[in-house]
Design a protein around this ligand. Structure first.
Ligand SMILES: CC(C)(COP(=O)(O)OP(=O)(O)OC[C@H]1O[C@@H](n2cnc3c(N)ncnc32)[C@H](O)[C@@H]1OP(=O)(O)O)[C@@H](O)C(=O)NCCC(=O)NCCS
Length: 364
């Protein structure tokens, strides 16, 4: 069996493996649903295992810059991890993940954001991060203020959406064409089977917030969910409660620790549950991550931590007289965990939020 980075010409077979594993029981093609991830131009961010000329296992990634607490950090969203049924439980995915990690580290990636939470990833050293309060929004909820709600036009509104989006301290850097691609995939039209909805809220003719929703009324079982938003939280809540086809299974609104405004706007409700993000993360270059964060620390603390590598995947973190020796999994929790023993309370002031949204790693 050969383990290697994919090339442009492998992408047809890569899509076939993904469809065999992820779309055997439902219609559609993975490559259509995630066009940027499966684009031939992104072939170098796929790792494949090949047996007698046939690809039998794949790991895919999108590499981009996230702004974490104000600092640009190169991250990789990792997903479409799949092995053909006949080849499972031979350690193939584990080997591909390690190969992907080493290539991505060489490319300057500091952090992997991994779609999934299985034992495969935990053994690999990925860990739950972040903290989300999940609110069940009643249709009768009355948001403060009154707004005009309009479907987002991907071309006309993209600049306004980008302006609102930039107000978030933690976000992915999204060139305008990429944002337009995202918006095009989120029509505000007829909702049948789990589509995305995107809207802007206007006050006195000016866009004050936007939101996109994973909207699944047709599926009936799972509630719709606020996917991403920025701007005035009241405009977001107003838009959600005015969706024309309110889902029977309800609407879930995730709130992150830094979303003080949204939490305040929802203060008449209690969160239904609190969890880490529904995906995992792994720091793959702790020293590089520390360097990226230096500029932010310079503005926020006179006593920044230092991260030194002791060997691959082993780090020594010091701050003042305190010192910690950690592997990559524990470092990931120290930096991006919330309310976990690996993160001493004294570090809460220096580590950023791991991602802007609890769900969706922007594979599109
Ligand atoms: C999840 C998936 C990608 C794993 O692929 P794989 O190539 O079998 O992965 P590995 O062999 O490295 O590890 C799988 C298991 O086999 C075990 N294993 C590895 N080598 C083994 C060996 N020689 N003998 C017996 N078991 C072995 C591993 O310990 C692991 O155990 P786990 O059940 O605790 O996770 C594959 O099962 C799959 O495609 N599933 C459907 C799609 C999916 O769920 N993808 C993940 C999306 S989040």
């Amino acid at each position: 069996m050969e383990f290697r980075v994919a090339g442009f010409r492998d992408m047809g077979q890569v899509s076939d493996v993904a469809d065999r594993v992820f779309r055997s029981a439902r219609p559609g093609h993975m490559a259509d649903e995630f066009p940027h991830l499966y684009d031939g131009q992104n072939a170098r961010h796929w790792w494949i295992a090949e047996e007698a000329g046939h690809i039998v296992s794949i790991v895919g990634a999108m590499v981009w810059t996230a702004v974490l607490g104000g600092a640009p950090v190169v991250v990789a969203s990792v997903g479409s991890v799949a092995t053909d049924a006949d080849f499972r439980r031979h350690g193939i995915s584990t080997r591909l993940l390690l190969l992907a990690e080493s290539c991505l580290r060489d490319e300057g990636v500091r952090l992997l954001l991994i779609s999934g939470d299985g034992p495969l990833y935990l053994r690999f050293g990925a860990r739950p991060v972040g903290w989300v309060e999940w609110y069940a929004l009643p249709k009768t909820f009355v948001a403060g203020g009154s707004f005009e709600i309009k479907a987002i036009d991907p071309v006309v509104d993209a600049v306004e959406v980008a302006r609102l989006y930039r107000s978030r301290g933690t976000r992915f850097l999204r060139p305008l064409p990429l944002l337009q691609g995202l918006l095009r995939a989120q029509s505000f039209t007829a909702v049948s089977q789990g589509v995305k909805v995107a809207f802007c809220a206007y006050e006195r003719g000016r866009a004050v917030s936007y939101a996109s929703v994973n909207h699944r009324p047709g599926l009936g079982r799972r509630p719709s969910q606020l996917a991403e938003w920025a701007g005035d939280p009241n405009g977001v809540l107003y838009g959600l409660t005015h969706l024309s086809d309110w889902p029977e299974s309800g609407m879930t609104v995730p709130v992150l620790p830094e979303d003080q405004g949204l939490r305040g706007a929802l203060s008449s409700l209690e969160p239904a549950r609190q969890t880490p993000f529904p995906w995992l993360a792994k720091v793959v270059d702790g020293v590089g991550l520390g360097r990226d964060l230096e500029a932010v620390w310079a503005e926020s603390t006179g006593d920044p931590p230092q991260i030194k590598a002791q060997s691959v995947d082993r780090y020594r973190v010091t701050r003042g007289v305190d010192a910690w020796e950690l592997d990559a999994a524990a470092l990931t929790q120290m930096v991006f965990g919330y309310d976990v023993p690996e993160r001493p309370a004294s570090m809460n002031d220096v580590w950023p939020s791991p991602a802007p949204w609890p769900a969706g790693l922007h594979f599109i």
